[in-house]
Ligand binder design. Structure first.
Ligand code: GLY
Length: 349
């Protein structure tokens, strides 16, 4: 097989196939997994314009009947209204339990299609075909599915693993530079949390995409296999995310996820420094700057803290933050909320 294959052992076990131009083989690849069925394809307007017809042609040539549903690009589409409309679309086309859903897009499409798969007829198979670097290394792997509700991002969801992930790194050629850079933030995250060799590779921003995506997926696979339902270790994948989500929310999602995570990773490094756990702030700042991230935080400690209080990761009066001990070694550190507030003031004010 000319593709990199990474196997995940979880409540549903599956392969993640990574390769340049793997899309052209999508029909043959999914055949043994979903069988002879009809496919409810969810995509967004940007991906549809670029690759929608191509994927439909490829799958039709392999004998599949496709029912395509297109949502507008952007986070605002990951809502209950679109989820219900998509579920209704599947029902109107009489898809049955032996049919399958395809998620063809970035994180918004992947998260919503996954949740639709978990809910439709109490569960049908789904295939992830990520088209962004961010979806390839994060949201398409590990079975976290969700939609946003007015009270917050990803607050309604389910753990529901895909049946296969088919990741074509060539599709990333057409990503807008800022969208590609968003994915780089997650890639850098993997280096900082668990792999100093990967981190060293990333000092060359023109890294080999296939092998870097494969390494990030392996790291995520190893974590998910140990803690599929996010009761401990999986929290490491949230490095930079507690502060990042708070910044995203405060900016009304004007700051993209990757840019917010980059800012969040630097704040977490500064917090580790303040707690005398490590001093990698300068190194992290230099690497993120090399990738073009604006690392300024336009919010005060009070504003950030208020936003963090509604974070899913808060448990009672405690909150657990991922902090770097060194590059490649991050750990979960629990603070009382007062302690965290105090330390944020020292860092940001
Ligand atoms: N995106 C973090 C996780 O999948 O756990």
């Amino acid at each position: 097989m000319p593709y990199k294959t990474i196997h995940v052992e979880a409540s549903r076990s599956y392969d993640i196939l990574i390769g340049n131009d793997i899309l052209s083989k999508a029909g043959e690849i999914i055949g043994p997994i979903v069988g002879n069925c009809r496919l409810g394809l969810l995509t967004d307007s940007t991906v549809d314009k670029l690759y929608g017809k191509r994927l439909t042609d490829i799958l039709t040539a392999s004998g599949y009947t496709i029912h395509k549903y297109v949502i507008p690009s952007g986070e605002a589409s990951k809502c209950a209204d679109n989820l219900l409309k998509f579920l209704n679309f599947l029902a109107e086309h009489h898809l049955t339990r032996s049919d399958a859903i395809i998620a063809f897009g970035g994180g918004v499409v992947g998260d919503m299609a996954g949740l639709a798969a978990a809910l439709y007829l109490r569960g049908v198979k789904y295939v992830q075909i990520p088209t962004t670097l961010l979806a390839a290394v994060d949201s398409s792997v590990g079975g976290k599915t969700a939609i946003d509700i007015p009270a917050g991002k990803n607050l309604v969801g389910a753990f529901y693993q895909p049946s296969i992930v088919c990741c074509d790194t060539k599709l990333m050629d057409t990503l807008a530079p800022e969208v590609y850079r968003d994915g780089c933030a997650e890639v850098i995250k993997y280096g900082i949390i668990l792999d100093k060799n990967l981190y060293a590779t990333l000092k060359t921003p023109q890294f080999d995409r296939e092998s870097v995506v494969a390494r990030c997926v392996e790291i995520k696979r190893d974590v998910v296999q140990q803690d599929e339902f996010d009761n401990g270790l999986r929290g490491l994948l949230n490095y930079g995310h507690t502060f990042g989500h708070a910044i995203e929310k405060l900016s009304n999602f004007e700051v993209s996820h990757g840019s917010a995570v980059a800012k969040g990773m630097l704040i977490a490094a500064r917090l580790a420094n303040l707690c005398s756990l490590s001093n990698i702030t300068k190194e992290v700042e230099e690497l993120l700057t090399m990738y073009g991230f604006d690392l300024s935080c336009n919010y005060s400690a009070d504003e950030l803290f208020a936003s963090i209080l509604s974070d899913k990761k808060r448990r009672g009066d405690n909150i657990t933050i991922v902090l770097p001990y060194s590059i490649g070694d991050c750990r979960l550190v629990t603070f009382t909320i007062e302690e965290l507030h105090d330390k944020l003031k020292k860092i940001l004010d």
